[in-house]
Design a protein around this ligand. Sequence first.
Ligand SMILES: [Zn+2]
Length: 288
Amino acid sequence: MANTSPRARPRWSPAPPPRRPSPSLCRSTRPQAHGSQAPTRCPSRRRWACASTAPPPEATVTDWPSPNHGDRRGQVPSLIVIHYTGMADAAQARARLCDPRAEVSAHWLIDPDGTTEQLVCETRRAWHAGAGRWQGADDINSRSIGIELANPGDRPFPAPQMAALRRLLRAAMARWSIPPAHVIAHSDLAPGRKIDPGPRFDWEGLARDQLALFARPEPTAPAPPLAPSLTTLGYPDHPARLDAFRLRHRPWATGPETPADRQTAARLLLHENIPGESRLRDGGGAPS
Ligand SMILES: [Zn+2]
């Protein structure tokens, strides 16, 4: 691991040869030809340059070294999809996300120490989501920003990494007017196929900062049927969508559907976010 540390080389240096490819990173089902016409101006870069709060010292912006991107097909980012890399370390993940043979990418990669690297310009279509649907629409790649958190998938996300994610989310949400309801997990849009960022990801903490939605069941709350609630929230019609929903809000729940699942979904639809806190009124509502 030490000899592949991203600290060992400049961030803009060519990616090292990838190790054995891992299937964990999220492959687009229809990768386009490798884009070579990157835009000359990128709002995400300019935002870093002129943000009222200076970029954190550990943040690094590069000339989007991944060749794996394409045209957004007329869409603009309206979702942010959070992933974990599922690989041993950030260096391996970076190499794969920048390998044209792998045909996968993400706009951002955040190391466990909080180092934040831009691999693809946000105006371009990165290949991170693959097959899936959200709010009844497919081609998530064309209308989303993908953020990869370097994590093998079996451990908590370190505080510096989560702090960097918060900074990045605030900036990206402001750039593209994306509300908290539109910050989702890869598992949300691909039930039964993806589980990242997994049960250890702190959605509740993000929700406290109005960077995502999260709810707990309220025993006295109404418990309407779950299926319509999940559909309204955005989950695709899939047998595993209860599992996907629980990964976000009740990650250690097991067994068949319970009233707690129904109450949790109902609270989300009402934007009753964290118990004990005021309602989250993000203006996003349930997107059409
Ligand atoms: Zn993923």
